[in-house]
Design a binder for this molecule. Structure first.
Ligand SMILES: *Cc1c(COP(=O)(O)O)cnc(C)c1O
Length: 345
């Protein structure tokens, strides 16, 4: 009680991000890849544990610069992209704007930093309500807009033209969060940073098999990177992560094979869900599927009781759960348990 009184009011009001570990046999709740890079751990062997990591993550940024066709000075590294959201809000401040529903960390971090945050409801087919957003941008003059494309938890990409319209509508920074871009057919916005000086593209290794590393990046014009870099803690990405990421990135083919396998499974999983009576899956460009059921809360709990963990997103999208595409065997168990449950609720 007394400690609570010492805490700043904006922090007291924050509902923490749900990242609890629940016991389960099939884990399909966090949009992780079912495939990892265990062999890349060998790169940790030579690390001198008594030395601080390379503060600039130079080799890693150089490798990524080559992959993305930008300069090293266009990339900043974070301990996951979550950390970079923190830095962006610290540096540019609010109002912070984003469509709703979307990735909850944008709002949570704005709250922690005591910045005003505005969630603008999505329109038809979970697309951006461009007219309404342009209006809100003119009224509220956000200094930061976050657009997750593909969007979490809805799974769809936002239309390219809508995103560009929003970049042009205001004077603030627009962050296109491409955490799920590898699974989509939408082209990356990285190429557009030259054309749009207020555009920031956010990427992460978390959804493509390296969530354990906590390794995320922003790509933008150098003046943005230099400003955000002032907020960065000196040794934010540890040596093990840097080394293992480098090693894993050396095998581009493997990344692509994993992504292809997930996308292929996604189509099969979508069709399986679509065939179930009482289940409405929504089209997706990501490594997860949003689906509607009658009594989402109950279905969620019954799945968990059978060892299948999905994400209950019914707070954000009425009646919906979100399932990550897992290995074929995991997806089969999930569909099988779900179909049994549906006969009982
Ligand atoms: C999972 C996710 C991230 C990833 O964050 P990391 O901190 O890099 O693991 C970022 N944005 C969205 C929309 C996500 O769903």
């Amino acid at each position: 009680m007394i400690i609570r009184r010492l805490v700043k009011k904006n922090i007291r009001m924050i509902k923490p991000y749900q990242a609890t570990e629940l016991e389960c046999r099939v884990k399909l709740d966090a949009n992780e890849s079912p495939y990892g890079f265990g062999e890349a751990l060998a790169a940790a062997e030579g690390i001198e544990t008594n030395r601080y990591p390379d503060p600039e993550a130079g080799e890693l940024r150089k490798t990524l610069a080559g992959m993305w066709g930008v300069r090293e000075s266009n990339i900043l590294h974070g301990n996951g992209s979550d950390e970079l959201i923190y830095y962006l809000v610290a540096v540019f401040g609010g109002p912070v704007m984003y469509p709703r529903p979307t990735f909850s960390m944008y709002g949570i971090i704005a709250g922690i930093m005591n910045e005003e945050a505005a969630g603008v409801p999505l329109g038809k087919g979970f697309q951006l309500n461009t007219g309404r957003m342009v209006k809100e941008i003119r009224e509220k003059k956000p200094r930061l807009i976050f657009l997750s494309s593909p969007n979490n938890p809805t799974g769809n990409c936002f239309e390219r033209d809508s995103i560009i319209k929003l970049i042009k509508a205001g004077k603030g920074i627009v962050v296109v969060d491409e955490a799920y871009q590898p699974f989509s057919s939408q082209q990356s916005f990285v190429k557009l940073i030259k054309e749009y000086p207020r555009l920031v593209v956010m990427r992460t290794l978390s959804k493509v098999g390296l969530a354990a590393l906590r390794s995320g990046f922003i790509v933008a014009q150098k003046d943005i990177i230099d400003e955000v870099n002032k907020a960065r803690l000196p040794f934010n990405v540890n040596s093990l992560s840097q080394a293992v990421a480098m090693q894993a990135l050396g095998n581009r083919r493997k990344f692509q094979d994993f992504v292809n396998a997930v996308v292929e499974e996604r189509h099969l999983l979508f069709d399986s869900l679509d065939r179930l009576e009482g289940v409405q899956p929504f089209p997706t460009d990501a490594n997860f599927i949003l689906f509607r059921v009658n009594n989402a809360e109950k279905v969620y709990k019954m799945l968990l009781a059978r060892g299948v963990l999905v994400r209950n997103v019914s707070d954000a999208v009425k009646g919906c759960l979100r399932v990550t595409v897992g290995r074929p065997e995991e997806n089969r168990i999930f569909v099988n348990e779900l179909s049994k449950i549906l006969k009982r609720v």
